[in-house]
Every structure is written in structure tokens, then in C-alpha cells.
Design a protein. Sequence first.
Length: 202
Amino acid sequence: MEGHRERKKVRTRRALLEAAVRLFSEQGYEQTTIAEIAAAADVAPRTFFAYFSSKEDVLFLQAEDRGQAMLDVIAGRQPGEPLGALLSRMFDGLVRGLADDDELDFALSPLRARLMFAEPALRARGLTLMMEEQPRVAAALCEVYPELDPVSAGAAVGSFMGALAVAGLVAQQQGGSNEDVLVAGRRGIEVAINGLSSLGGS
């Protein structure tokens, strides 16, 4: 019985996500109401709030889980593990999370990026999440690397997150597949870890 309830919850959540993505794409984020999303998923509006607290939450699915995944990797630093190797493992942990979580979150990525450019409220939410998450990750790095000062830790996290986000965004804008986005993200991380000395030479 428990398994049946869980499967039903997964189906309902997916139906809400798919309805939201379709309506956001067809008629715009601001023009879409929660009632319309619920109706398209054939559930009551109150059911929407059992899964999401707002429309924004649909587009930032698993954001907290991804932040925790990074903290878990840092907490599990291996003895003597260099910072670059840890950051590489952090990327691998995020990719595994995408494979384990609802793949619809990955499908949301191009739409989320597009809407964040167009909708100030979503842009503000994305920036807020970034400003809350990155200092926590930097502080966690300082705990496992006592020789790392807070400014250097912040720079390392900013390099990691910025390289991952922008490299992936460029791949999306070029029409790349999900796999292309992951490859671009990995390349971005490599550039962040290894530095810029090998790029742009004469």
C-alpha cells in the first residue's frame, strides 16, 4: 500500500510539472495561474500546494538538494585530497543527483534559463538562492581545508559555480542536448580548476 501511495505521489508531481512547463512555454510564466496548472494536471489547486509552495518552486526544483549534495561531498573530503580534485568530485555528485532525481528537472533547465532573463521575480529568486548557497559552500571548504582563508574559499566556489553555470548556459543557447550541457559543464570546471593559462594563447 505504501508503494502504491508513493507511486501515485510521483505521478501527481510529474503531472503538475509537465502541466506547468507546457503552460509556461505556451502562454508565459506571469500569465499562467496555479489554478490553470492544477486543472491541466487534473487535480485540485490545493493539491498543487502539497508539492510546491509557489509557481517559482516549479522552476527551482531540487535546488536545496543540489546544495546539500555539494556540502556532503565536501564533508567527505578524502585524506590529502587536493581542492581541484574535490571540486571535480562535487561536479560528479551533482551529475549523479540529476540521474537519481526526476529527470524533468533537467528538462526544465533551458526554460528556467530563458525565463530568468525575462522575469525579474525569477531572476531575483535565482540570485537569492546563489547568494545563500555559495557562502555556505565556501564556509564548508574552510572547515575541511584549514589552510584556506575565507576569501580564497569564496573565490574557489565562485569559480566553480560560475564556470558550471555559464558553460552550460552557452551550450543550451547553442542548441545542445542535455549531454552537451553536461560536457560543457565538465569543461567549464576543468578551466576553473586548471586556470586560464592554456586558453587564448597566441
